[in-house]
Design a protein around this ligand. Structure first.
Ligand SMILES: [Zn+2]
Ligand SMILES: [Zn+2]
Length: 259
């Protein structure tokens, strides 16, 4: 009861700086939402803010804590600090950093599938809220760039999940989001059965970038799942040719990949 009273005071206080957010916090307190993974009413939330994930489900997921410092590829438990993966040691990617909150396994696979293939667009808000915890306040980008879908894929799905996730980050930070500045010119085949050279060839020239991107020095690419990294690497390569000096990648889940 004491906890509820404290939350009620927080919901109504000036710490929530806009009226819409205050109303939403109050509504959430009076009608607690269901967790997007277990569907139970959330008693203990995993995150402050609007992410609808309970603490119990969050603790069951694998965080991508032990990973390559450059590309966020999951590494073995004993990799230690300042570790780079074998691929980055051989050849650094075009982007300068990548961060992923979770490993691509268990409930997170189900969550992303529901968002993409079962039209659960509302999940994007929770995912965006969770992703915002990965932003580095001392190294914020000039713009967010969600990975574009090919127009035919966009028509088929009706929305781009990366754009929906990015909208949350943009509204929380006030950093602009670029939606039309990069176009995907052709569909690519699945990367999973290709080797590294074939992956690079598969995505080569896939993006057309508007000269508007010359305005930015630091761009943060937003994707839902990063598997081989070839797609965001190609996007980063083209952005560099448009004058972008620092490029990061933020994704909700990182899948392991064979070297
Ligand atoms: Zn739950
Ligand atoms: Zn790496």
């Amino acid at each position: 009861m004491k906890k509820t009273w404290i939350r009620l005071k927080q919901a109504l206080s000036g710490s929530c700086n806009d009226a819409r957010q205050r109303t939403r916090r109050l509504f959430t307190l009076l009608f607690p939402p269901a967790c997007i993974l277990c569907r139970q009413t959330i008693i203990d939330a995993a995150f402050a803010g609007d992410a609808e994930l309970c603490a119990g489900c969050y603790q069951k997921q694998s965080l991508n804590n032990i990973c390559c410092k450059r590309c966020a590829l999951p590494l073995a438990d004993d990799a230690g600090e300042a570790a780079f993966c074998g691929r980055c040691i051989r050849q650094l990617p075009e982007y300068h950093y990548a961060r992923s909150l979770f490993l691509y396994e268990g409930g997170i696979i189900a969550l992303i599938h529901q968002l993409k293939f079962s039209q659960k667009i509302s999940y994007a808000r929770s995912i965006g809220e969770m992703l915002s915890t990965l932003l580095d306040a001392g190294d914020l980008p000039d713009c967010f760039l969600p990975v574009p879908l090919h127009p035919s894929r966009l028509r088929q799905r009706g929305f781009n999940q990366s754009i929906e996730i990015t909208r949350v980050l943009a509204s929380k930070t006030g950093i602009p989001i670029e939606i039309d500045a990069v176009e995907r010119q052709r569909q690519t085949v699945s990367q999973t059965d290709l080797d590294a050279r074939q992956r690079r060839k598969n995505v080569r020239g896939v993006f057309r970038v508007s000269s508007r991107m010359f305005e930015y020095k630091h761009v943060l690419i937003i994707d839902d799942v990063m598997t081989t990294g070839a797609t965001v690497n190609e996007l980063a390569r083209v952005l560099k040719r448009h004058g972008v000096e620092r490029i990061g990648v933020l994704c909700i889940a990182r899948a392991p990949v064979r070297a």
